[in-house]
Design a protein around this ligand. Structure first.
Ligand code: PLP
Length: 435
């Protein structure tokens, strides 16, 4: 199987076996967009379906270099990083190397990097670690559920929470953050890039507002990390969460920057790991993978990969917009977005039906709805931007991998054109309105 590395070269990796799941294949069998070529295709098996993965904001595959970096830490170098013998020292040295990469990435001191299990834990740490009854918390109506649900929980425990609404283009206005402040505001939390629309938020300006108000500032940077130049000092934040699996690292590992002196109470207590800020034996292979993925992400930022990626995203978006009854959610003039994301509404269609139909054609995307307690709820992000329920449900998110190619985009574009035409043909409302 061939995978593209961060700088776009193809390198060969042997994937030993394919896992069959419920009649389908797990990942590597048929696939994959983005330079990951299918063994099926290469063997010219009949009925091979080209697969184009355009759901990078959900997760990304490991890069071969990340897999290779992690490999020794599962078996040969399996030590506990807290042990004083040689095996432990090897593990500790690997964790230290990753910490130094992360410190370079965040632009902070090594002691300000805390490894954890990913974005959800980082977000929860900021909210539960700082807020107490009587405090006021300012966040936005478009945060990830890891912030939204944590906010709900602290609200039930006596914390006042203000949710700042975005503009119709998905942007948070810093003056609205300013207006929401109160003397007892202890924490402001705003994401760097929205996971559904890709819209980049003005975190630097919000950092200045937080400083002037004497409030702590947390950034959920899970979707921005590796996609935009990064510097927690420039952002002016006290806390910043990232997750490895959104940047070609392993799942279940991440890190949070905790500015020196920030009085965070740890979520997990036990051993004195991570300077008592996160108890639990370190996930050494995961941390090594995060370190390598971060190093490659920094490299790809320097290489200009993202300029090409934005051009591919625009090619896809422009092609889809040629169809009638379609528009983009978020972004627009003077509203910056990360390079890989576009979110599009399709009138008279159901997002979920589109996701399934596109999947059958080999294209993986996400819809604008989430399943809560068995019912499909329209996205809270799109609703906060002022979309009605029908349009929010009729929206799709396309999020490209950094290794996406023109061929991937053209394949997806064709699949979208055919699918939209076919589904609209059988939709009486669409037939009447769109002709
Ligand atoms: N924050 C944002 C903006 C996200 O997009 C995600 C994941 O989709 C998370 C937090 C949660 O990260 P993790 O999957 O590492 O828990």
């Amino acid at each position: 199987m061939k995978l593209k590395n961060a700088v776009g070269d193809e390198s060969s990796v042997e994937i030993a076996s394919f896992s069959e799941i419920g009649g389908g294949f797990c990942g590597s069998r048929l696939v994959m967009a983005s330079g990951i070529r299918s063994p099926v295709q290469s063997n010219q098996e009949p009925n091979a379906v080209m697969r184009v993965y355009m759901d990078a904001n959900a997760t990304t595959p490991l890069l071969p270099e990340v897999m290779e970096a992690m490999r020794p830490y599962w078996m040969e170098c399996f030590g506990n990083a807290s042990s004083i013998h040689l095996d432990g020292q090897q593990a500790r040295a690997a964790v230290d190397r990753a910490r130094s990469t992360l410190a370079e990435f965040f632009n902070c001191h090594e002691a300000e990097v805390v490894f954890n299990s990913g974005g959800t834990e980082g977000d929860n740490t900021a909210v539960f670690g700082l807020l107490r009854p009587g405090d006021h918390f300012v966040t936005t109506a478009i945060e990830h559920s890891a912030i939204m649900a944590a906010a709900e929980r602290v609200a039930a425990r006596g914390v006042e929470v203000s949710f700042v609404a975005p503009s119709a283009s998905g942007l948070i206005d810093p003056t609205e953050i300013q207006r929401a402040l109160r003397p007892e505001t202890r924490l402001i939390s705003v994401m760097l890039a929205n996971n559904e629309t890709g819209v980049l938020q003005p975190v630097e300006e919000i950092g200045k507002i937080a400083k002037a108000a004497g409030a702590f500032f947390h950034i959920d940077a899970v979707q921005g990390a590796g996609k935009v130049p990064f510097d927690v000092r420039r952002f002016g934040c006290h806390l910043c969460s990232i997750s490895a699996h959104k940047m070609h690292g392993p799942k279940g590992v991440g890190a949070i920057f905790v500015r020196r002196g920030t009085p965070i109470e740890s979520l997990l207590v036990g051993g004195s790991h991570e300077r008592r800020r996160r108890a639990g034996t370190e996930n050494v292979p995961g941390i090594v993978g995060l370190g390598k993925a971060t190093e490659l992400a920094m490299h790809s930022l320097e290489e200009g990969t993202l300029i090409q990626l934005a051009a591919l995203r625009d090619r896809l978006e422009t092609g889809i917009l040629e169809l009638p009854g379609i528009g983009v959610n978020g972004g627009g003039k003077a509203v910056p977005r990360v390079a890989n994301t576009t979110n599009i509404w399709f009138d008279h269609l159901e997002g979920e039906a589109l996701v399934i139909a596109l999947d059958l054609k080999g294209v993986a995307v996400s819809g604008g709805s989430a399943c809560h307690s068995g019912a499909t709820e329209p996205s809270h992000v799109l609703m906060a931007m002022g979309l009605d329920k029908t349009r929010a449900r009729a929206s799709l998110r396309f999020s490209l991998l950094k290794s996406a190619t023109e061929a991937d985009v053209d394949y997806a574009l064709n699949a979208v054109r055919e699918t939209v035409a076919r589904l609209r043909e059988i939709s009486p409302v669409a037939a009447g309105t769109l002709g």
